[in-house]
Design a protein around this ligand. Structure first.
Ligand SMILES: Nc1ncnc2c1ncn2[C@@H]1O[C@H](COP(=O)(O)OP(=O)(O)O)[C@@H](O)[C@H]1O
Ligand SMILES: [Mg+2]
Length: 305
């Protein structure tokens, strides 16, 4: 059974913005899933509805088998949410801030757990300092510590590394790794492809409130093996010649080039055959160029279409 199950979820804001449009998504226990998408895609809206911080118009969400609306108290207890913005009491100490959050979830103070969490986030030495004395990066660490203090089974990280320093970013990745090995399910949002690539087991691409696809990162990465061969001719082509129709070819907008997609890791790329078939037509070659498509290109083309 998936630990999170979202069906036909839709949400429009009062100004008419369709932030979520019939979203279906299942998250498996223990996996790291990245919700990837440009700004405004609906990532924050989606995790806010899962966490029960935001209402939705139609559809449903189950967390750990419980309904997030009718069994809110049960689902909320399973969840830790680290929001994008830092919200902390400036005059509270680090230790008390974290202890207080644990208490809010109905758990008694547990020195061992709190010590462990603070150490993991390099906050132990600062435990007696007031929040207002901390740097921005340290405050972020406190935000995470708060949510780990009640040992959630699912941790949501909303843009965890947007605008953070390199050191914190590295720590964040290590932390995510160690949480995963403890069986915690992690849902992170990001608009950095690199980050999704680095951390996630699966990637869900969101755009304009819709899930474009959900795919294993590894199978997505094999698409990176795709290369493009651009064959330029001396004069424009009115249409792709009959003899070349069996190839996966696209005609460029200026009609001067044919673009051939192939897998450069495959044993046969088809290039030799294609070039031979081109030579047999009356097309006259001008130039050849190959380029590798990146994950970024793949996303950009998917988002555009
Ligand atoms: N409180 C709000 N009121 C109206 N529109 C909102 C509100 N919050 C977000 N939106 C809009 O909903 C869409 C999705 O926003 P959001 O979930 O924040 O996207 P993301 O986190 O992917 O950047 C955007 O078009 C955004 O402008
Ligand atoms: Mg957001």
């Amino acid at each position: 059974m998936p630990i999170i199950s979202i069906s036909n979820l839709s949400k429009a804001y009062s100004d008419g913005t369709n932030a979520l449009d019939e979203v279906n998504l299942e998250v498996n226990e223990g996996e790291i899933i990245a919700l990837l998408g440009p700004n405004g895609a609906g990532k924050t809206t989606l995790i806010s509805t899962i966490c029960g911080l935001l209402t939705f118009d139609s559809g449903g969400i189950k967390v750990g088998g419980y309904d997030t609306v009718t069994e809110y108290r049960r689902t909320r207890k399973l969840i830790g949410l680290v929001p994008q913005e830092v919200m902390l009491e400036p005059f509270e100490t680090v230790y008390d801030t974290v202890r207080f959050t644990r208490g809010m979830f109905g758990y008694p103070e547990n020195k061992e757990i709190l010590t462990n969490v603070l150490q993991k986030l390099s906050l132990w030495d600062k435990r007696k300092q007031m929040i207002k004395e901390l740097s921005g990066g340290m405050k972020r660490r406190v935000m995470i510590a708060k949510d780990l203090s009640h040992s959630p089974r699912i941790l949501f990280l909303d843009e965890p590394t947007a605008g953070v320093d390199v050191e914190l970013r590295q720590d964040m990745w290590n932390l995510v790794d160690s949480l995963k090995s403890n069986g915690v399910t992690i849902v992170l949002t990001t608009h950095y492809i690199e980050e999704a690539e680095m951390m996630a087991d699966r990637i869900a691409l969101l755009n304009k409130g819709k899930i474009i696809f959900v795919e294993n990162k590894d199978s997505l990465m094999t698409r990176l093996g795709e290369k493009e061969l651009t064959i330029k001719f001396k004069s424009p082509i009115s249409s792709i010649p009959e003899a070349l129709l069996k190839y996966k070819l696209a005609l460029s907008q200026d009609r001067l080039s044919l673009v051939y997609l192939y897998d450069n890791k495959a044993s046969r790329t088809g290039i030799t055959r294609l070039m031979r078939d081109i030579a047999a037509t009356d097309l006259v070659l001008q130039d050849l160029k190959t380029s590798q498509s990146s994950l970024e290109d793949i996303f950009v083309s998917l988002i555009r279409s």
